[in-house]
Design a protein around this ligand. Structure first.
Ligand SMILES: [Zn+2]
Length: 376
């Protein structure tokens, strides 16, 4: 690590792809973060009013549910569910993708939270044999299996939102407190990517629903919502709650423990998925100097929710490794030996080779180039 330059403000190092440093030693992501979040706190009261207007609009549609909340059982989405139901008065449907690897702790949190808040909840589980074969295919072709779940989560959102004609979808991903992984590190399961990987594969015939897209009405609704400056859901809207309210982990953690009985460690990310450490395994093998914890703490430092000293102290400890039992379970289920798996990982981030947006998707990407903001 000694040969790497470390940002003087956060803890990112020059091992992060394309990171540059200014003459004060501050990294380009810190500088971008400053520009992006400047004036944010003074806009909060106005944002809260906008949020309430959006929610009133959804309630006025008098649908069976006002909002769909994709619910992993983790702390962010538990907070979204609490806020949506109790603070914003929305009649919510919570939905969880069960990828077959949900932890008992996540299931217990989901059960407790939904009962305490009085929220209806559905699990969506794809055929687990099919999921495992998809993970295997993605490992072979791209070296990165997580796109399968990302895609499956999106499919569930489209399906349930359409089934009950739910006007808004509320997520809890905060780019203010979570650093997006660079494109070399992760792929988010976009439709063009998954379509490109499945192209010409026999398995594609079995998983048409994996390739399902958002309905045209919802797409148009989404475009209208964006054109209104994320203020007016003319028909449908899909947004991150973190864009409208303060996103302080201290408040989030205290609130969900008190109000929903949520249990778990403040420090652990994605404890809802048993095989989540596989991502860490891939990351550590491919980018030995770029531990995911360092990225997580760096963003919390940028957000003022952790001091740089605390972050440095935490990353001094040897990074947590993917437990052997998790790797064994995953490899056994996808029918792959460890040597084969390592070999596929060592072939580099091949997910970058699979990205074939259609003409219309290219136009949407160009028009809404701000969508790419905050992606590295
Ligand atoms: Zn920095």
């Amino acid at each position: 690590m000694s040969h790497l330059q470390v940002c003087t403000r956060c803890v990112l190092s020059s091992s992060f792809p394309r990171l540059t440093f200014d003459n004060q030693g501050v990294c380009s992501i810190c500088r971008e973060y400053d520009r992006w979040t400047s004036g944010w706190n003074s806009k909060l009261p106005q944002q809260r009013k906008t949020l309430e207007k959006i929610c009133a609009g959804a309630k006025n549609k008098h649908k069976e549910f006002d909002a769909l909340v994709p619910y992993s059982g983790g702390k962010d989405s538990s907070y979204v569910l609490y806020m949506a139901k109790k603070e914003l008065g929305l009649n919510c449907l919570a939905y969880t993708l069960d990828n077959g690897y949900l932890s008992e702790n996540a299931k217990s949190n989901i059960d407790k939270t939904c009962r305490r808040l009085g929220v209806e909840h559905v699990y969506y589980r794809f055929n687990s044999d099919l999921m495992n074969r998809l993970y295997a295919l993605f490992v072979k072709k791209t070296g990165y299996p997580c796109s399968v779940c990302m895609r499956a989560i999106a499919v569930g959102i489209y399906k349930f939102a359409d089934m009950y004609d739910i006007p808004i979808v509320i997520q809890g991903t905060s780019l203010r407190t979570e650093l997006p992984l660079s494109r070399e590190m992760a792929e988010h399961g976009s439709l063009p990517h998954v379509r490109a990987v499945l192209k010409g594969e026999p398995i594609a015939a079995e998983c048409k629903r994996v390739l399902c897209d958002m309905s045209i009405q919802r797409k148009v609704g989404h475009i209208l919502f964006r054109l209104s400056g994320r203020k007016n859901p003319v028909t449908y809207a899909w947004f991150n709650l973190a864009e409208y309210i303060d996103w302080s982990y201290k408040v989030i953690f205290d609130t969900i423990q008190r109000e929903t009985g949520w249990t778990g460690s403040e420090d652990t990310e994605h404890m809802d998925c048993i095989i989540h450490p596989i991502q860490k395994y891939i990351q550590n093998r491919r980018f030995p100097d770029l531990d995911l914890d360092r990225l997580r703490f760096a963003r919390l430092v940028m957000a003022g929710q952790m001091t740089r000293e605390e972050a440095l102290r935490k990353i001094e400890k040897p990074a947590e490794q993917c437990p052997d039992s998790v790797l064994k379970l995953f490899l056994n289920n996808i029918g792959m030996s460890k040597d084969e798996f390592d070999n596929f990982i060592d072939m580099g981030p091949r997910h970058l080779h699979y990205n074939s947006p259609t003409f219309i998707e290219k136009i949407v990407r160009t028009v809404f180039s701000s969508r790419e903001a905050g992606k590295y």
